[in-house]
Design a protein around this ligand. Structure first.
Ligand SMILES: NC(=O)c1ccc[n+]([C@@H]2O[C@H](COP(=O)([O-])OP(=O)(O)OC[C@H]3O[C@@H](n4cnc5c(N)ncnc54)[C@H](OP(=O)(O)O)[C@@H]3O)[C@@H](O)[C@H]2O)c1
Length: 250
């Protein structure tokens, strides 16, 4: 049976590149999109597998329980199990240079950042857990950011984004504590500063380079899980790293 993965926020940016890479490997990809599936549909040529298309596009707003429930119904009507959940959807809603004195508590950006970046992945995990429990891969990957590190924090602004990614990191650790005894592997990954809508044109790397590194990390762990290897003795506690696998400080 093909390996199966659900990727959120797959309509553009890193999520789109991750979708392409997993399709190229022959995985069955459930690509959750938010506003538009147009760019995902252009992947049709790389999506053809032995049993038809390996790509299913699924409307999925991670802030809405009803949307996640409908996505679960759609995915579970197509597969009895999911190997991997990759929580990639994210927002960065503030000007990087807005000083603390001008932080706006009235425009909703603080609440929305938490809703998408922190509570969104948690809702998706809860809803999709039965399908993940039925899978062999048992990985939950959260696309975090170095901006979520408290130990290495240097910023004097960007409260909403940094706080939401720090919350996502904490979530990764708590889910690790409760799901690892059931054979799950959790990972929070900083994908690098990428030239996407979020990262902007001046960023360091293309999303494709980040996707390549992330796919390597995930597939190595997937092979390890299937061979019964204990992959938890990695540097640090092995739960928070960059797209090349370099451990990061919480
Ligand atoms: N770019 C960077 O330099 C950088 C650095 C560190 C970490 N990251 C993280 O990497 C991940 C991908 O970022 P990116 O650079 O690819 O950003 P991006 O190009 O802005 O893509 C973000 C994706 O999330 C989706 N999304 C937004 N709100 C959503 C919601 N409520 N429900 C479901 N999906 C939603 C977007 O869909 P729509 O466009 O349709 O709204 C889009 O597909 C994010 O978690 C981000 O925080 C990025």
């Amino acid at each position: 049976m093909a390996h199966t993965i659900l990727i959120t926020g797959a309509g553009n940016g890193l999520g789109l590149d991750l979708t392409k890479k997993f399709l190229e490997l022959g995985w069955q990809v459930f690509a959750g999109y938010h506003r538009s599936a147009e760019r995902l549909k252009a992947l049709t040529p790389v999506a053809s597998g032995a049993a038809g298309s390996n790509l299913m596009v699924v409307p999925l707003d991670v802030t809405k329980t009803e949307s996640i429930r409908r996505a679960f119904e759609t995915v579970s009507s197509a597969t009895p199990a999911l190997d991997i959940l990759l929580n990639n959807a994210g927002v960065h809603l503030e000007d990087k240079h807005t000083p603390f004195a001008e932080l706006d508590f009235t425009d909703g950006h603080l609440e929305k950042s938490m809703a998408v970046n922190a509570f969104g992945p948690l809702r998706v995990v809860q809803q999709f857990l039965p399908l993940l429990e039925a899978g062999e891969g048992r990985q939950i990957i959260n696309i975090s950011s170095e901006a979520g590190s408290i130990g290495d924090c240097w910023r004097k602004q960007e409260f909403a984004y940094c706080m939401s990614k720090a919350a996502l990191n904490m979530q990764t650790k708590i889910l690790h504590n409760c799901l690892q005894p059931h054979g799950f592997r959790l990972l929070a990954i900083h994908p690098g500063w990428m030239r996407t809508d979020m990262g902007g044109a001046d960023a360091d790397i293309e999303a494709e380079e980040a996707a390549e590194g992330i796919v390597k990390l995930i597939t190595a762990r997937d092979r390890g899980a299937r061979q019964g290897q204990n992959l938890d003795d990695e540097p640090g506690d092995g739960l928070y790293c960059d797209y090349q696998g370099k451990p990061l400080r919480w």
